[in-house]
Design a protein around this ligand. Structure first.
Ligand SMILES: [Zn+2]
Ligand SMILES: [Zn+2]
Length: 167
């Protein structure tokens, strides 16, 4: 959704909406995320603060993630609050930009529209764990035959040991 920032009243504006699972497109550059497992709900409160515009957001979703070890898909809930500062391109003076460069949560907007899809996607990715694991004890795939060791048994390990490997 594109939100026209020039139409935000001085008292701010609150938007609540939900996104259906088909909203997540695989071309979003994070291939550990397979998609959404249920509709995502979000609340954005947008209000001006001096030259900046503040976005206070909340979102709640269930993601379908790919396990780093066994490559199976699993579902994980993500709930997060966030705050982003926006500076509209046309407003920025040179001195100001230097001052604000340290602000990690600052995004520049080069037209007058805020793309809520972009913000939500970024927040979801920021909230992914370093490693996506279906379970902390996930046994992963057998390095020899590739079977999923959580659900299958193979004799590779014992055969390997029988060959006299001492590690
Ligand atoms: Zn796994
Ligand atoms: Zn095996």
């Amino acid at each position: 959704m594109k939100i026209d920032l020039t139409k935000i009243p001085s008292g701010g504006k609150e938007i609540n909406f939900s996104l259906e699972p088909d909203w997540w497109k695989p071309d979003f550059d994070e291939d550990r995320v397979v998609g959404l497992d249920s509709p995502l709900s979000t609340r954005l409160k947008i209000y001006p603060a001096g030259e900046k515009i503040v976005v206070d957001g909340f979102l709640s979703a269930r993601l379908l993630l790919r396990c780093d070890r066994c490559l199976e898909t699993y579902s994980k809930g993500v709930t997060t609050d966030f705050r982003i500062y926006l500076l509209m391109f046309s407003y920025k003076g040179e001195a100001e930009v230097e001052l604000l460069e340290n602000d990690l949560n600052l995004d520049f907007i080069d037209d007058n529209f805020l793309d809520s899809d972009q913000i939500i996607k970024e927040q979801l990715i920021l909230n992914l764990p370093m490693k996506t694991l279906c379970n902390d004890d996930c046994k992963g795939l057998c390095p020899l035959c590739g079977c999923n060791l959580n659900t299958a048994r193979c004799s590779c390990q014992s055969r390997y040991e029988a060959l006299g490997n001492v590690s």
